[in-house]
Write a protein that binds this ligand. Structure first.
Ligand code: NAP
Length: 275
C-alpha cells in the first residue's frame, strides 16, 4: 500500500516540501516512488496559492478530530509545517499523532535574530503590542494577519498602514488607516519604499523568520525604524528540522522504499527547543 503523508501547511516551507515530493512522484524516483501526499490548509486566505499536491482545507475538529482523520485516511507520517505562530495546530498535531501512533516531524524555520542597527522591542502578544505603541500618535505599519489587526482599534490615536493577503473587512474603526494588499515574498527595496512613502515610524510584526518577509526588517534597520516584535509562542517538543530538504530526507528514511516504518533504529533529529 502506498504510504500517505499529511503535510500541515500554510507556509512557503510546506509548499516547497510539497513541490519536492510531487517532483519525486512525477519522476518516479527508483525506490521512493510510492508516496502519496495531502496538504492541509487552515483556510485563512480566500484564494490560496496553487499547490502541486492534493489539498484539503479547514480544521479537523481539534486533536481528537485529527486523530480520527489520521486513522480513517491511514496516514503513515505527518509533517507539521505550519506557521511558527500556529501553535494550537502544532499542539493538536503532537497530541493526535501520539494518540494514533503516527510519526510526526515539525518543519520549523528559525526566528530572526537581532543584528547591529535593529531597534526591536519584543512583546508577548498582540494586545501587548497595542500597549507598547504608547499614547503619543505614531505612524504604524501593521505586518500582521487580518484577524489580528482589529486589536489596534483600541489605539485609534495612531495612523495605520495595514498589509494583508485579503482585504480587512470591515475596515478598522480608526480615523486613519490605509490598506495595501500583498502576498509575499516582499523585498527590502520595495518595503523600504513603502515605509518611506507612508512616513512609517514603527512596525508591528511577528518574528516569522525566513526570507520571504524579512525585507521589512532590513528596511527598518536601514531607516532606523523601531519594530514591536511579537514573540513566538511555545510549540511542542517534537523532532524538528528547519528545511524542506531535511524533511524530505526524514520522510524517505522513515517510509523507505515500500512504505514500511524503517527508521525505528535511526537517530531522531534534535527535539525542538520548544519555543
Ligand atoms: P492556530 O491557532 O494554530 O490554529 C487554529 C485552528 O485552525 C486549529 O486548531 C485548526 O483547527 C485550524 N488549523 C490551523 N492550521 C491548520 C492546517 N494547516 N490545516 C487544517 N487546520 C488548521 O493557527 P491560526 O489560527 O491559523 O493562526 C495563528 C497564527 O499563525 C496567526 O498569527 C496567523 O497570522 C499565523 N499564520 C497562520 C497561517 C496558517 O496557515 N494557519 C499562515 C500564516 C500565519 P481544528 O482544531 O479544528 O483542527
Amino acid at each position: 500500500m502506498v504510504p500517505r503523508i499529511l503535510l500541515l501547511g500554510g507556509t512557503s516551507e510546506a509548499s516547497a516540501l510539497a513541490k519536492r515530493l510531487a517532483a519525486r512522484l512525477a519522476a518516479r524516483i527508483a525506490d521512493h516512488a510510492g508516496l502519496d501526499v495531502v496538504l492541509s490548509l487552515a483556510g485563512r486566505t480566500e484564494h490560496p496559492a496553487p499547490q502541486p499536491v492534493p489539498v484539503r482545507i479547514g480544521g479537523f475538529g481539534g486533536a481528537a478530530g485529527l486523530a480520527d482523520y489520521l486513522k480513517a485516511e491511514r496516514i503513515a507520517a505527518v509533517v507539521d509545517a505550519t506557521h511558527p505562530y500556529a501553535a494550537r495546530m502544532s499542539f493538536n498535531a503532537a497530541e493526535a499523532c501520539a494518540a494514533a501512533g503516527v510519526p510526526l516531524l515539525a518543519l520549523r524555520r528559525g526566528p530572526w535574530v537581532p543584528v547591529a542597527g535593529d531597534r526591536w522591542r519584543e512583546v508577548a502578544d498582540v494586545p501587548a503590542a497595542v500597549v507598547a505603541l504608547g499614547d503619543a500618535p505614531r505612524r504604524v505599519f501593521l505586518a500582521l494577519g487580518r484577524n489580528e489587526v482589529r486589536a489596534f482599534e483600541a489605539a485609534p490615536q495612531h495612523a495605520y498602514l495595514v498589509r494583508s493577503v485579503d482585504p480587512v473587512t470591515p475596515p478598522l474603526a480608526v480615523p486613519d488607516a490605509e490598506y495595501v494588499l500583498g502576498r509575499g515574498p516582499f523585498g527590502e527595496a520595495d518595503d523600504r519604499a513603502l515605509l518611506e512613502a507612508h512616513r512609517i515610524d514603527t512596525i508591528v510584526a511577528k518574528n516569522s523568520g525566513g526570507a520571504a518577509t524579512s525585507g521589512k526588517m532590513a528596511a527598518a534597520r536601514a531607516l532606523g525604524i523601531g519594530v514591536v516584535l511579537i514573540e513566538r509562542p511555545a510549540v511542542p517538543a517534537v523532532p524538528a528540522v528547519e528545511t524542506p530538504a531535511e524533511a524530505e530526507a526524514w520522510l524517505l528514511d522513515r517510509l523507505g522504499a515500500h512504505g514500511a516504518d524503517s527508521s525505528a533504529q535511526e537517530a531522531e533529529p534534535s527535539p525542538s527547543p520548544g519555543a
